[in-house]
Write a protein that binds this ligand. Sequence first.
Ligand SMILES: [Zn+2]
Ligand SMILES: [Zn+2]
Length: 262
Amino acid sequence: MRFCSLASGSSGNCQYIETDKVKLLVDAGLSGKKIQESLISIEVDPSTINGILVTHEHKDHIHGIGILSRRFNIPIYANEKTWISMESQIGEVKEENKITFNTDKTFEINDLNIHPFMISHDAIEPVGYSFYYKDIKISLVTDTGCVSEEVKENIKNSHLLLIESNHDVEMLKVGKYPWYLKRRILGEHGHLSNDDAGKLLAEVLCGKNECILLGHLSKENNFPELAYQTVANILTEKGINVTKDISLDLTYRDRPSKVYNF
Ligand SMILES: [Zn+2]
Ligand SMILES: [Zn+2]
């Protein structure tokens, strides 16, 4: 199984997952051109993508979806409510490429099992995903203001976990965002802070070589080093050595992460 974060952040999100028989994108929130270039940079031919899974209908997650689907005849997977709220934003898509799944119900694409689960965000029915292939599990959770016990159960025992580390609370509070936006981000349907990510990881990790990627970092209210260090400090306090017990990495707004192989 291979994974690469092609981009993560409020300017656009797109994750890549590959098994022997499937090549998928989770979200396509950059321009079609940019996503094509990113795929080529990791030696993936964009025309070989088998599907695009949608987490929610915000623009930073769906911007390039319609274009890619039309250009390469790629099926798009989303839950029913997300389809209703994004359909008018993505342009004409072939009927056969509109695939609906049920949140909390596992489905298969060829040799890959996919479990979408409910998260807490100001979208119509936002989801995170766990992917199961042979004995490998990958989970992705960004764009959530809080994390329920169900989400914790869903992401436990992942070999790779991409988790949101959106903002530093103090930077956000003193920053230039208007108050309503600060309240939205800090609220339970907003985004996870660096502290939230650290505490969540301290709770769910076993320290058995898991690969952790911090994602959806804010450009205005965070620094990559600050996100990394805040999470690392919380994990260290909990007795997890971030260089020996796990691998802790960042994702980037403007370039792909390294490619992870399992
Ligand atoms: Zn987002
Ligand atoms: Zn969002």
